[in-house]
Design a protein around this ligand. Structure first.
Ligand SMILES: [Ca+2]
Ligand SMILES: [Ca+2]
Length: 229
């Protein structure tokens, strides 16, 4: 539900900028054109090319303004999907810890791995933390080592939330700022050019057609009114 609302608010934001800018540019074009031409009855004041240009420029402005926001939302949604695939993530982490690839984790393997993980510091630096207690919690059947099933259980109960917290709990502004921090301002607009090329033409044609359809309908109503008189 939150994703649906977020997507709807982004679309509204985009549409607001797009149509607002379009009207603004169109107004300027009409003002400039009024010096050299007169309104023809039933026809749009601006020609198809001018409407296309206004539509294209409006789309560029709207895309540039909303692109980092949309990118951050896509990032957050894909992060949530990744979190749902927790078993695969646990298996991947298990394989990374199991340095000698014997299918079980020794105390040393686990210790070495966790010490190098920033997210694990929350566990390791906790008050009253003891390695032996951690191993005991992991080793459910008490056979002295940790197998994959035991690790998956522990991963779901303790690790998953720590690993995913950074991305999932961040709000959209946090993700946008993190992208700027990690990839620079250019990173926030990665893929923006392709997005503009894809949507500008489509949007501009839609707007051009809309103006002509409006004019055609007005013309039709005017003609009907004339016949009635
Ligand atoms: Ca091992
Ligand atoms: Ca065990």
């Amino acid at each position: 539900m939150r994703d649906t609302e977020a997507a709807a608010s982004t679309s509204l934001f985009h549409a607001g900028i797009n149509f607002g800018t379009f009207d603004l540019i169109k107004g300027h074009f009409e003002k400039a054109a009024s010096k050299t031409r007169k309104q023809r009855p039933g026809m749009p004041f601006l020609n198809a090319f001018e409407l296309f240009l206004a539509g294209a420029l409006a789309k560029v402005v709207a895309t540039v303004f909303t692109y980092p926001l949309i990118r951050a939302k896509v990032k957050m949604m894909s992060a949530r999907e990744e979190v749902q695939d927790d078993k695969a993530d646990a298996q991947q982490m298990f394989a990374a810890i199991d340095k000698n690839c014997n299918g079980i984790l020794s105390h040393t393997e686990l210790k070495n791995y966790l010490k190098g993980q920033s997210w694990a510091q929350q566990i390791l630096s906790g008050d009253g933390f003891h390695w032996q207690e951690l191993f005991a919690e992991l080793d459910l059947d008490k056979d002295g080592h940790i197998d994959l099933e035991e690790f998956i259980t522990f991963y779901r109960d303790n690790i998953q939330a720590l690993v995913s917290a950074r991305v999932v709990q961040q709000n959209v502004i946090g993700v946008m700022l993190a992208t700027v921090r990690e990839q620079g301002l250019r990173g926030s607009f990665q893929g923006c050019r392709e997005q503009i090329v894809l949507t500008v033409t489509k949007q501009a044609l839609v707007l051009t057609n809309k103006e002509y359809i409006n004019a055609f309908v007005s013309y039709l109503f005017a003609s009907v009114a004339k016949v009635k008189q």
